[in-house]
Design a protein around this ligand. Structure first.
Ligand SMILES: [Zn+2]
Ligand SMILES: [Zn+2]
Length: 387
């Protein structure tokens, strides 16, 4: 059988997940983001539709679904369940819009489990902060946790890799006590950034101890710390855990230009990380790999190129040198209006995203590598004592 190529999960419902014009997680990102993927030859071929209540209840409490549905009808209701003015405000239709994000990742996982495709990419997915009974950090329903739960219903062991700058706390919490799910999150330390968790001593509950892995990095860590830390930890833990499915979250907010956090990662390093995840999916999981987007708040300069890096990795395609001129011109005015100019001319970044490499940066990068060594040693020791 000819390789059908990866699924690209995107459709009319993707832009309905919208907290309003002042909110950082804006559906504006899909304009420059999807058009750059299309310039690379991608065609969206799985349109997200809402997951059912029964499916959402694999990872969320029924009372929480009722709360989201109530806000969906009356967005002015008093705050509860993490929904209200602030990070995760109510909006009309929020249940269907949020359930569709979850449904997009879930149907993509089902296509992978059926063997229709090896890989799927859902740029609008990756809502990794949502908890069983509350919304958090722009996330209403936890689509990566739901896709993982679906693979677990088939009895498959799942490796979840979370590259977003924020700790993947919701996915970790939902699968905390399941030894068949290994979560590995690399993020800016909770001492400096939301959600304030994700430390090395969060190792999983009961039988699952050693399967929850956290790499908290200092502010200003760049590609010379972030990527080597991943290269130390990911292959070694995949070898120890032997996953049968890989799910990864590719939040673009670890980038140097991101306005909400303080790491200094590049699109070059994000591409290398995506290719590393792809290679592990082939080595251990017969190629079964679902990737999602995530955070990312520089939606013209960074998010489209970060998504392209994942898409190219899933297609085993080389990274072109230059972004299309027509694409740059199409979005230049919008980028200027939002202070995210100029449109980038290349997919890969210059070293350190073109920023000066200061002594503080080098120290943070060195610490990242030491943290990775310590976490790897701790986790392997913990997994060993469990046997
Ligand atoms: Zn592949
Ligand atoms: Zn994030």
């Amino acid at each position: 059988m000819a390789d059908p190529g990866p699924l690209l999960v995107y459709g009319p419902r993707s832009t309905t997940y919208d907290f309003g014009p002042a909110h950082p997680l804006t559906p504006r990102r899909f304009g420059p983001g999807i058009s750059l993927l299309e310039a690379l030859g991608a065609v969206p071929n799985l349109a997200p539709e809402p997951a059912t209540d029964d499916e959402l209840e694999w990872v969320h409490e029924i009372g929480y679904l009722d709360a989201v549905k109530a806000f969906s009808v009356d967005p002015t209701a008093p705050s509860r369940a993490g929904i209200g003015p602030g990070d995760t405000p109510a909006f009309a239709g929020m249940h269907a819009a949020s359930a569709a994000v979850a449904g997009g990742s879930l149907r993509a996982m089902e296509a992978i489990l059926r063997g229709d495709v090896l890989h799927a990419f859902h740029p609008g997915g990756g809502l990794h902060h949502a908890m069983p009974a509350r919304a958090s950090g722009f996330c209403v329903y936890d689509d990566p946790a739901l896709a993982i739960a679906r693979a677990r219903r088939d009895g498959l062991r799942v490796l979840y890799v979370d590259l977003d700058v924020h700790h993947g706390d919701g996915v970790q919490a939902i699968h905390w006590s399941d030894p068949g799910v290994m979560t590995i999150s690399i993020h800016e330390t909770g001492r400096a950034l939301f959600p304030g968790t994700g430390f090395p001593d969060e190792l999983g509950g009961g039988e699952a101890i050693g399967t929850k892995v956290n790499l908290p990095l200092d502010p200003w860590t760049g590609e010379r710390g972030w990527l080597p830390a991943l290269e130390l930890v990911l292959p070694a833990l995949a070898e120890a855990f032997r996953p049968e499915v890989v799910v990864s979250q590719h939040g673009a907010d670890a980038h140097a230009f991101d306005p909400l956090a303080h790491l200094q990662v590049t699109t070059t390093a994000m591409g290398a990380a995506a290719r590393l995840v792809d290679s592990l999916a082939h080595r251990y999981a017969e190629g079964r790999w679902l990737s999602t987007g995530g955070g990312g708040y520089d939606v013209y300069r960074v998010v489209p190129r970060a998504w392209s890096q994942v898409w190219l990795a899933a297609n085993h395609a080389p990274v072109p040198a230059e972004t299309p001129t027509a694409w740059q011109e199409r979005w230049a005015e919008d980028a200027r209006r939002y202070g995210q100019s100029p449109m980038p001319a290349t997919f890969d970044d210059p070293p350190n995203a073109g920023l000066p490499y200061r002594a503080d940066d080098e120290a943070a990068d060195q610490r990242a590598i030491r943290i990775a060594e310590q976490v790897l040693e701790l986790v392997l020791r913990t997994l060993d004592t469990r046997k």
